[in-house]
Design a protein around this ligand. Sequence first.
Ligand code: NAD
Length: 327
Amino acid sequence: MHVCVTGGAGFIGGHLCRRLLNEGHRVTAVDNFDPFYPRAIKEEGIEDFPRERFTLIEADIGDTDALLHALHARSVDAIVHLAARAGVRPSIEAPMAYEETNVGGTQSMLEVAQKLGIDTFIYGSSSSVYGTNDTVPFAEADPVGEPISPYAATKRSGELLAHTFHHLYGLTVHCLRFFTVYGPCQRPDQAIHRFARQLLTDQPITMYGDGTSRRDYTYVADIVDGIVRSLRRAKNRDAPEYEIINLGGSETTQLKDLIAGIGEAMGISPEIKQLPTQPGDVERTYADISKAQELLGYAPDTPIDEGLQKFADWVKDYYADRPVLEV
Ligand code: NAD
């Protein structure tokens, strides 16, 4: 299979490209190395890829013509669309930029798929679309009409745009709603990575709220496994389908336990500084993964302590010979 991975130099994208390459597939990554966080982290994640089967196109997903030109002769079988501006809090600061990349960019990639006859489009959506949903666990049939951050609204918009192209042009679309993903190369703005840097630089850990908020944390290899299973299902179908599927870890962890866990994994006892809850943050996320189990055979199997240890080993190694990014 030849898979185009947008955001292929990013955190999840880099891990996905590695898994696909390890399975013998060809991969074309599209990434513009958005300066949201340092290029070095992205480059480290992809530097050892076999160049005979891996191509990197440094381009903006919004540049439809450039991508049509770059991809038209490459016989791509599927697009996994992960490029986005990610993160809830920064989306409140720059909503227009989020709209441009996450809505305009997704529209552009759908057009690329349609014009090049690529019949499979896997979209990286987010648990944030569930907003303040108070029915747990979150199921795909739950209402998602009330997002509480620009980021969440743009991710839901992407799902809607993808549905339109499924309907009009017969694309098979899977919108995979990822629940807080962590692991090596994690984005520096995400809580686990921030906590680790605070520990490494002897700062107190800034905890928003009283520490009782809960998240469904999912180890990146489990998410990648779900994406690969989704690709397989999509490519083995005779008729097009549109499915929204949760990919989570299926158990929740309280913020204060997460902080204790990362402290343990790093071997540093955390001091905590409590701050008010941030606007746009949801109180809890919890994935109902029964649909993913049924359709994809998805079965995440990385316990949080094991995943945190893998992350801690990476983060200590990464910052061993470079300055720790400011928190
Ligand atoms: P990331 O920022 O590490 O990866 C995104 C990549 O997209 C980056 O390498 C960036 O350079 C690239 N990019 C951004 N704008 C672009 C543009 N205009 N053109 C081309 N490339 C562009 O983020 P991530 O955590 O790996 O997230 C990947 C996807 O998963 C995103 O769509 C995100 O919304 C979604 N998601 C992530 C999480 C999570 O916990 N990490 C949770 C839910 C959903």
